[in-house]
Ligand binder design. Structure first.
Ligand code: ATR
Length: 281
């Protein structure tokens, strides 16, 4: 039997074990996925242990996505570009780091819209935003407006994206700045944690800035429909729930490990069931 896992802190509420084990089971793969709560000080020992035990692969979540890099043997281009790893593959005893977060978000967006040549407003400039923005550049977007509470952080990420060939404009989160940026875009993605349970009444973008021809995605998936997404839906925009991106990043990890097509619909059904049962208050 192959063994996979998730390392992070905390990991108790993760739906990854449910999604991945369901996918292994339906494809008849003899494998098990478990979650491991690993505090920051134990990260190096944990990774060495996973390697020594011959685990086939694992996911990495907060707070280890960046700090795991020195403990790995090789980084794939996506992970190296983003500077963070969410998926590790054990290739003949060498731990190879991948990042499926950005590509997962792009897969969710591409189900609803063409990204090539489009203008996009991204709210937030943390790790999730960095992963998404690098993947958007890979898709050939025309430009990214990057709005963040800390302007300095938005400027720093924009500088990095320009170096990677992107056309990126930083701003703060004032109503005036947001109105100017939202005017011009066809896609809006929330990569901040605003709206996450229990602050479910909050939203990073005033509802009146949504337009009916926009595609709007939230990375927050608890609640499944955030106020940000509700406002967008009520304005007539097409919306993509955060759970889509969550499932896509897991499906892409599954495909890296097994070299088989992931049963995406099943993984989404299982994730929704688990979130409905206990994740969403
Ligand atoms: P992640 O890896 O999930 O992106 P992160 O790196 O901690 O997490 O980033 C969180 C993002 O949410 C940041 O863009 C943060 O803004 P700052 O860079 O200004 O901190 C944003 N964020 C968190 N709480 C916020 C709030 N109350 N209002 C606006 N933005 C917020």
């Amino acid at each position: 039997m192959k063994v996979y896992g998730l390392i992070g802190c905390p990991v108790e509420h993760s739906v990854s074990p449910i999604m991945q084990n369901a996918a292994f089971s339906v494809l008849g793969i003899d494998a098990l996925y478990c979650s491991f709560n690993v505090p920051e000080d134990n990260l190096g020992d944990a990774v060495q242990g996973m390697k020594a035990l011959g685990m086939s692969g694992f996911n990495v979540t907060i707070p280890h996505k960046e700090s795991i890099i020195p403990f790995l043997d090789f980084l794939k281009e996506d992970a190296a570009g983003i500077g963070a790893v969410n998926t590790v593959e054990n290739v003949d005893g060498r731990l190879v780091g991948h990042n499926t977060d950005g590509r997962g978000a792009v897969m969710a967006l591409e189900k609803k819209t063409r990204l090539d040549g489009s203008r996009i407003l991204v709210l937030g400039a943390g790790g999730a935003s960095r992963a998404l923005c690098h993947a958007l550049l890979d898709e050939g977007v025309d430009s990214i407006y990057l709005a963040n509470r800390s302007l300095k952080r938005a400027e720093n990420l924009c500088r990095e994206l320009r170096k990677a060939g992107g056309n990126c404009t930083p701003s703060g989160l004032s109503k005036r700045e947001l109105a100017e940026s939202a005017e011009d875009v066809s896609v809006v993605v929330n990569c901040t944690s605003v709206g996450l349970y229990p602050q479910a009444d909050e939203t990073p973008l005033p509802g009146k800035l949504f337009k009916s021809d926009m595609v709007v995605m939230d990375i927050v998936y608890n609640p499944l429909e955030t106020r940000f997404l509700r406002d967008a839906r009520e304005a007539g925009a097409q919306t993509i729930a955060g759970v889509e991106m969550l499932v896509w990043q897991g499906a892409l990890a599954f495909e890296i490990w097994t070299k088989k097509k992931a049963p995406f619909e099943l993984m989404r059904d299982e994730a929704l069931k688990a979130l409905g049962d206990g994740g969403v208050k």
